[in-house]
Structure formats: C-alpha cells, structure tokens
Design a protein around this ligand. Structure first.
Ligand code: PRP
Ligand code: URA
Length: 209
C-alpha cells in the first residue's frame, strides 16, 4: 500500500473498532465509538494544518501563540458519514459542513448523488471527506471529484474500515488524496460489503432494528 495511506495505530482505536464490529453492539455504543474514532482520525489528518503566529497575554505576561489558519470544510457522505461530524466539531467548531448525499446502487454498486449544495458556496481551502466505509471506493472517488470540481485544493479522506479494493480505486483515481482509516479489512463480499467490516454503517447508526 502507498505512503498516503495512514491507519490508526492505538489501543483505544483498536478497542473501539472491535466494539463497532460486534453485531450485538447497541446503537448508542456504535454512535459513541464512531464519534470518538472520527476525532482520532481528524487529529492524525490535521498535523499539517497551517498555523498563524499570534500574541497571547496570560495573567502574567505576553507570549507567542498560534492559531489554526485557512478554512476547513467537513464533508460527510450521507447517511453514514453524519456520525463522524459532531466529534470533530468539538475541536474545530468553526469548520464549515457540506453534506453530500450519495448512495450506492444495490445492483451496480455505482454511486448515485442525490444531494449537494456545494456550488452555492465558495470553496474551502481544505476538505475532509467523512464516511465510515471505503468499500468499492466508488462513493469516495465521486466525492473527491466533486470537491475538486468545486475548487478545493487539499482533500483528505477519513474512514473507519477500508477494503483493499476501495483503497486502490481511490488511490489510483486521486493519488493526491491522503487516506486515513481505522483499519484495513480483508476483502469485499459478493454484495460489495466489507469483510469483516461492521455491516451497513448507516443502518447500524440510524435505522437498524
Ligand atoms: C455506504 C457507505 C459509503 C458507501 C461505500 O453508503 O456509507 O457511502 O456505502 O461504498 P462504496 O465504497 O462501494 O461506494 P450507502 O450507499 O449504503 O448509503 P447510506 O449511508 O445512506 O446507507
Ligand atoms: N456500505 C456499508 O455500509 N457497509 C459496507 O460494508 C460497504 C458499504
């Protein structure tokens, strides 16, 4: 795998991913773990955020400090990416959020876009695509192409589980897009589901029994 693939390597991340994989995990647990893992991924993916020097006056003296520069956009792919937004907003509450509605056609596994308001706004400097599942990679490639057409210069993809097939597809189509994952799984099954994965990430968070 290429250099632009980063995989979380932390005991807490591994434990949370195991919790999510468990078919008996409650919706509350799945939501909590996705939120926490998204934040861990965001920390990793923002080590190169530009910094602006500022002066800060403490109760004792003036000192040098920094603040984050540039505009940041979070781009959750509906539905499953929604669960990754709130945790990240805790550390970057000013970030803009651009929802992208994309579902995967069940038969062809091709992405179908059903919601986007991107072009009504000016592009952000850097965008983070949020989606727990990188399966065939079709949805991620579609999102990256959409963001590039909008004018975003730096794009990163944040996901929980990636299949080798999806990682390759996204890397080949968008070699400039860095990929941050919780885990690289074994393969896709004949319905395009990640194995072992977590099943349907939208249903597990929102509408499953
Ligand atoms: C899931 C997931 C990704 C996509 C990944 O969404 O959240 O967006 O599938 O598959 P791909 O890599 O093969 O494109 P889904 O289409 O199930 O929509 P949902 O989140 O609304 O359930
Ligand atoms: N979408 C999901 O929700 N899960 C998968 O395993 C693949 C695509």
């Amino acid at each position: 795998m290429r250099e632009k693939l980063h995989v979380l390597n932390h005991p807490l991340a591994a434990s949370f991913l195991s919790d999510i994989r468990d078919q008996h995990a409650s919706r509350a647990v799945v939501r909590h773990r996705i939120r926490a893992l998204a934040l861990m991924l965001f920390y990793e993916a923002t080590r190169d955020l530009p910094q602006q020097n500022v002066k800060v006056t403490t109760p004792l003296t003036e000192t040098d400090g920094t603040r984050v520069g540039g505009t940041v956009g979070l781009v959750p792919i509906l539905r499953a990416g929604l669960g990754m937004v709130d945790g990240i907003l805790e550390v970057i509450p000013d970030a803009r959020v651009f929802h992208l509605g994309v579902f995967r056609d069940e038969k062809t596994l091709e992405p179908v876009e059903y919601y986007s308001k991107l072009t009504q706004h000016s592009p952000v400097d850097r965008a983070f695509i949020l989606d727990p599942m990188l399966a065939t990679g079709g949805s991620a490639c579609h999102a990256a192409t959409t963001l590039k057409n909008w004018g975003v210069k730096q794009i990163k993809y944040l996901g929980l589980f990636g299949a080798p097939e999806g990682i390759k597809k996204l890397s080949d189509a968008h070699p400039d897009v860095e990929i941050y994952l919780g885990a690289v799984d074994s393969h896709l099954n004949d319905r395009g589901y990640i194995v072992p994965g977590m099943g349907d990430a939208g249903d597990r968070q929102f509408s499953g029994e």
